[in-house]
Design a protein around this ligand. Structure first.
Ligand code: 25A
Ligand code: L14
Length: 333
């Protein structure tokens, strides 16, 4: 089996640290690995597979050593600048930021949904937005079996989605301190505001959910609307998803379709208070679905409650799964 030179960019962040855990858990075929962050962290030590490494400051020459694959999670501006530099040098970048997702030449991939798109890459592969990933894992089997007419997303997003600084705002807010990352306190509150507002009155997070879902499912005309909300939960995003299917369905068939689909765990037993929650999704790589019930106000309507660990499946796990698939394809070349 071939072995690959890997790099992690933004290794000290919320997602970056989780990359390391997941790379260890899944034991990828790595020959050498390099760790990058900003000047704030350069020189710090980090342990990976019981070996100590020194974090380097990312610069334009960082990829001049035959790195095959780089996992990026250092924010949009870093990806905008450095992903093309890395790609130019023959490295394949798997990027967590929103910088490249809607670029027509960049595949946007969830391995359970559209793994084959990885093969179309020209040096950059984008990892979708966290809320979008957990939604499309669930939408895909329903789209294939019943067709989808319209989707309404309403999200309840954890503070870890806003990185280290978001996490600290809730921690400190619970002790009565003022927020630094969010515009208002998040402890004991919620904010119908994630990422920046756009001209149409939606937030960028809402528009990401709409546009990225269409791109991943390969259906530009799919009707979707979204409201995204930050809630005082440390980790794992929850979503209410209302769907109008094209075809009629039996509820039991629909539940079985979800149970059989890859990456999904159905937790749906109202009699025993069984439903997905952030505290049970934390630390897991699957997407949890429950509260599966007919929307009796429309034809062929269904309501779902979907929860996933946004730092794992919503970011680091999905990125490492893309890397694993990519390696599978590269091994065959
Ligand atoms: O708004 P943006 O630019 O798109 O960025 C969004 C932010 O969301 C996180 C990530 O924050 C990112 O910065 N993020 C990205 N994708 C995400 C996803 N899918 C995501 N969060 C959730 N889901 P983060 O704090 O978790 O991680 C940031 C990482 O990026 C590194 N970095 C920043 N600038 C860099 C860079 N690396 C290379 N070159 C650059 N120019 C960053 O490294 C971290 O690994 P670091 O050394 O800067 O961070 C070390 C510690 O410093 C603290 N810190 C952050 N900002 C400041 C700061 N300290 C002082 N001053 C600051 N301004 C952090 O708490 C971190 O622990
Ligand atoms: O687009 O603040 O991947 O929760 C996802 C998390 C943007 C910020 C992205 C958050 C990020 C968002």
């Amino acid at each position: 089996m071939k072995k690959y030179k890997l790099a992690v960019v933004g290794v000290t962040g919320m997602v970056g640290r989780t990359f390391l855990k997941i790379l260890e858990e899944r034991n990828l075929p790595i020959s050498e690995i390099f760790f990058f962050a900003s000047s704030r962290s350069a020189g710090q030590k980090i342990t990976f597979q019981n070996k100590e490494y020194v974090i380097e400051e990312l610069n334009e020459n960082s990829f001049d050593r035959g790195i095959d694959i780089a996992l990026f999670s250092a924010g949009g501006s870093v990806s905008q600048k450095y992903a093309p530099i890395a790609a130019e040098k023959g490295c394949i970048v798997i990027d967590n930021s929103s910088a490249w997702r809607m670029d027509p030449s960049v595949p946007l991939v969830v391995p359970e949904v559209n793994p084959e798109d990885i093969k179309l890459n020209r040096g950059i592969i984008a990892n979708p937005n966290c809320s979008t990933i957990q939604a499309v894992v669930v939408l895909k089997p329903l789209y294939d079996k019943y067709g989808i007419k319209r989707v309404v997303f309403s999200t309840y997003q954890a503070v870890s989605g806003a990185g280290m600084d978001g996490y600290k705002d809730l921690e400190n807010g619970l002790k009565g301190q003022a927020p630094k990352k969010f515009p208002y306190p998040i402890a004991g509150n919620l904010l119908p505001h994630i990422d920046v507002f756009t001209e149409n009155g939606y937030t960028k997070e809402e528009m990401k959910m709409i546009n990225e879902t269409r791109k991943i499912l390969g259906d530009d005309s799919l009707r979707i609307t979204a409201t995204t909300v930050r809630v005082p939960v440390f980790n794992s995003h929850s979503e209410s998803i209302n769907i109008e299917l094209e075809k009629p369905f039996e509820l039991e068939d629909l539940k079985n379709t979800l149970k059989e689909a890859p990456g999904i765990v159905v937790q749906d037993d109202p009699g025993n208070n069984l439903y997905p929650m952030p505290i049970t999704a934390n630390g897991r790589d699957e997407v949890f679905v429950g509260r599966i019930r007919r929307d009796e106000s429309v034809e062929n309507g269904v309501n779902l409650w979907v929860v996933a660990d946004n730092i794992r499946k919503g970011a680091a796990t999905n990125t490492v799964q893309i890397a694993q698939k990519l390696i599978e394809y590269l091994d065959k070349e």
